[in-house]
Structure formats: structure tokens, C-alpha cells
Design a protein around this ligand. Sequence first.
Ligand code: RIB
Ligand code: CA
Length: 336
Amino acid sequence: MSLKTLLQGAVLMSALAATSLMAAPRDLIIDTDPGADDVVALLLAMASPEELKIRAITTVAGNVRLEKTSRNARLAREWAGREEIPVYAGAGRPMVRTPIYAANVHGEEGLTGVQVHEPNKPLAKGNAVQYLIDTLSTAEPHSITIAMLGPQTNLALALIQKPEIVNGIKEVVVMGGAHFNGGNITPAAEFNLFADPHAAEVVLASGVKLTYLPLDVTHKVLTSDARLKQLAAVNNHASKLVVDILNAYIKFDMDNYGMLGGPVHDASVIAYLLKPELFKGKQIHMVVDSREGPTFGQTVADWYGVLKQPANVMWIEEGDAQGFFDLLSARLARLK
Ligand code: RIB
Ligand code: CA
């Protein structure tokens, strides 16, 4: 090999090294209602420390009651070997509407397909809403990303108490909403928005940089027998948990919506943070309907801009399903 080639290789390697050094991990808080797909999202995130510096996991009632969503977040942390990450419990009920749950989808324990137990490490002291206020108030300007995997109650309550915390937020990436193909909990609404539309309105009105991954995209990133086999082939404890969870979780959507595979809704948010190039969307204007009635909780997405209103959300509508499962498999392989 000529000296010139060697030097070119050395220059390339140092450039690559500099690039990887420059891409500092994203400061992240994961707000979640685990939930089967939430646990898959948490494992994916906790397996990716180079890209995601998880400051905390904050829990909210949603799929099941707060005590169980908080226990399940602690379980995911234990399974990922990341018990240094604090878990703060937050709101036990939505801001206004009567609480709803989805135990029929996620199981009575909120984690279908696997045995649960009481994790060793307890919750962090203090409420998640206060944690959000304290952390976002003192953060560098626009430095912290929030991955929002359940009802948006915790962040909404924090914004109501201290609106200026918006200055500490880089962006909020939400699993929620639905436009092109209708909802999953009602014909018009997706569960997370239906569970607390008032909270979603507060977050939207705050002016924070928002990205939504609605059912429009999560219903395109679906399991298949081959993809479940791909996950199983990772052949470690984490991948076995994910396969067992997904095999149980996807039954509801496949049986009730006639889908050929099951979605992994919340994990798409983490995949978006890790590899945004897997997804496509556009900036649009969106409003949330919180009026009682058949469209309660609907996200009214002006995809064609007919209202000529300013865009307030990046609406993700396409996703590379195989790329998602390749990423999930590769990252699960890093866990035990
Ligand atoms: O509609 C899907 C969403 O509702 C997911 O976040 C799932 O975990 C449930 O919370
Ligand atoms: Ca969720």
C-alpha cells in the first residue's frame, strides 16, 4: 500500500473519529406509561448510551394505573442493566377527563407476555412533575429532549405551573395522534391523545418544538414472522423479553384491526431519535379536539395546508419498517 493511500486512510479515520466525538449524546427525558411497547422503547433507548444520555424516566398513568406503569419502568431499567437512571412517578390521572386505561391491550399488569416482579431499585424521591420543573428550569437553553410515550399530563402540569421551562426544552417527540387512517381507541382518536387531550393542547400551545409520530406511521412499522424471528435470533435475555412481549401485544391489533402485523408504537419515537433518516414527514398545522363528543381527542392534521395556518408540528407519516427492526435487533444485541 502506497504512503499516499496510508495517509489518506489516516486522514479519513481521524475525520471519522472527530465526527463521532463531535456528535454529543442527546440529553433525554423519557415520559412514559409502560405498557408493552413503552418497555420495548425503553430497552432500545437504554441500549443506546452513545446517542442518548437519559437523565430520567418519568411515569404517568395511561395504559394501566400509575403504580404499575412506574413498576414496569423500573423493570425495564433492571432488564437493561441501567439502574443508575432515576424513575420518577408523576400524574396518576388526566388533567380533566375521567381516567381511562388499556389493560385489555397491555394486560392487567401493563406488561403482557412476560412475568413481572417487584424490581430491586425503588422510585426516585419526588414527583415527576416537580422533577420536570426543576430540571427544565435550570437546563442549558433548549438542551433537553423529551420522548413522550404516553398521555402528556406530566409535561402539561409542569408547563402550567412554570411556563418558562419551555426554554430548557430542545424538542418534544410524541407518540400520538392519528390522521390518515383514523384512531385506535375511537374512530377519530389515538389512545395517548384520547387519554388526556387537554394536556396535549397545553403542550401544543406552549410553542415547544414538536414532532409527532402518529398511527399514520406506527401502523406502517409492523412486526412480521420474519421480523420476530430476526429479534429472536439476537438470542439474549432482552431480545427474548421483547419477542415474548410483542407476541402477546400484537394479538390485539391483529385480531381487532385485521392488521398483518403488530405495531411497536413507542419504540418508533426512540428509533426516530437514533436514526431520523428512517422516517419522513412534514411541518404542518395541527389542533387537538378536546370537546366532548365523537371527535374527542382527535388530532386535526392539516396535511395539505388548506387552512393556511402556521405549522406547529413535524408530522411523521412514513417509516422504514425493516430499517426499524434492523436497528432494534442490533441494539438489543448490546444488552444482556
Ligand atoms: O396508541 C398507542 C399508544 O397508546 C402507545 O403509546 C401505547 O403504549 C399506548 O400508550
Ligand atoms: Ca405508551
